[in-house]
Ligand binder design. Structure first.
Ligand code: ATP
Ligand code: MG
Ligand code: FE
Length: 337
């Protein structure tokens, strides 16, 4: 079965063709980062306009690269939330028009399910499995008990992990999105600042990163006030050590309580080298029988291949197709999906 998938929830215009939910025939990703960087974040109006300009071209490229035509497709899939409403609507409109024109079922896909099912493009998933979703807007521990059945064990009470990376990165003078560069710097420094590890000993699966962000910013401001120079590498390493330790510790607690065979790390922050290393070392020590699945870098950030992978799960579980009244759902979550 071939699925044509669309992802336009934020600042990447992406179109992919996926075979059987497992094989990527094409995965075109047009990023708009350069247009947003000078504003220090994503500007919704600018994002929507770029999606309009890019989407048909990306669609043509995706079909050409996959060497398939509309007559070969089984369905068209599109992210309908969560994300920026104006951005989501561009993908939804394109998907609706093509599904209508070519008499294909239209599958509405949750962006976070997409991040999780990116792992399916790496390895067949075995239920139940645990997923740590760490992205620009979300930080959640999710037990996936069956196909498309998500149990939210805990989530951040304030900033998302990726958001915290971007905010402290700005203080270090790094362009948006800062995660990748903070990660690189962190590997050149040491955890000398010992920033707080919020909620690490609490008996729940929730997270908090705003205190860490404040501690970081206060430390840097204090230094500049007294004319002290701090090593950026050590600041980055200390921040990353705190984020990683909290994420890994909470994940280990969840694994102790919910027996699974696989752990998936999903979302943009899953690209973090420090987190990957720390998680794999802790898993090897505490749960050597559990398999760690982390998608390759290109599948961690926003892309349509992951939406195609999630769409195959919808097809397999007989989820109903959407009609042309499908609307964007900017604050969609995994539990309502
Ligand atoms: P959501 O998926 O929650 O709707 P989003 O789609 O904007 O939000 P993603 O595209 O999944 O988020 O991830 C982007 C985030 O990942 C950014 O905050 C970015 O800084 C972060 N990120 C990317 N690479 C790394 C890295 N190596 N280390 C840490 N963070 C990273
Ligand atoms: Mg993005
Ligand atoms: Fe995302």
């Amino acid at each position: 079965e071939l699925i044509l998938a669309f992802e336009t929830s934020c600042d990447e215009t992406s179109v992919a063709v996926i075979e059987s939910g497992r094989q990527i025939l094409s995965n075109i990703i047009a990023t708009q980062i350069k247009s947003h960087q000078r504003f220090g974040g994503v500007v919704p109006e600018v994002a929507s306009r770029h999606h309009v300009e890019q989407i048909l071209h990306c669609t043509d490229l995706a079909l050409t690269e996959a060497q398939v035509g509309y007559e070969d497709l089984s369905a068209i899939a599109v992210t309908y939330g969560p994300g920026l409403v104006g951005s989501l609507l561009i993908g939804i409109s394109a998907a609706k028009a093509l599904a209508y024109a070519h008499h294909l079922p239209l599958l509405p896909i949750n962006h976070l399910a997409g991040h999780i099912y990116a792992a399916q493009l790496v390895k067949p998933l075995v239920y139940p499995f645990m997923a740590l979703v760490v992205s620009g807007g979300h930080t959640e521990l999710v037990l996936v008990s069956a196909p498309n059945q998500f149990e939210l064990l805990g989530e951040t009470r304030d900033d998302a992990a990726g958001e915290a990376y971007d905010k402290i990165g700005r203080v270090l003078g790094i362009n948006y999105p800062a995660g990748k560069e903070v990660d690189r710097l962190a590997h050149l420094g040491r955890d000398t600042f010992k920033f707080p590890r919020a909620m690490i000993d609490e008996d729940n699966f929730d997270f908090s990163f705003s205190g860490l962000k404040s501690a970081f910013i206060n430390r840097v401001h204090h230094a500049s006030q007294i004319g002290e120079t701090l090593a950026r590498e050590d600041l980055a390493a200390s921040f990353q050590a705190s984020v990683g330790e909290v994420l890994v510790t909470k994940t280990m607690h969840a694994l102790a309580q919910y027996p699974v065979e696989q752990l998936v790390i999903a979302g943009g922050v899953a690209a973090n080298q420090g987190l990957r290393e720390m998680m794999s070392a802790n898993l090897a020590t505490n749960f050597p029988e559990i398999e760690l699945i982390v998608p390759p870098l290109r599948l961690c950030g926003d892309n349509a291949a992951m939406i195609g992978a999630a769409a195959q799960v919808s097809l397999d579980t007989g989820a109903p197709a959407a009609d042309l009244t499908l609307n964007a759902d900017p604050s969609l979550d995994l539990v309502r999906y």
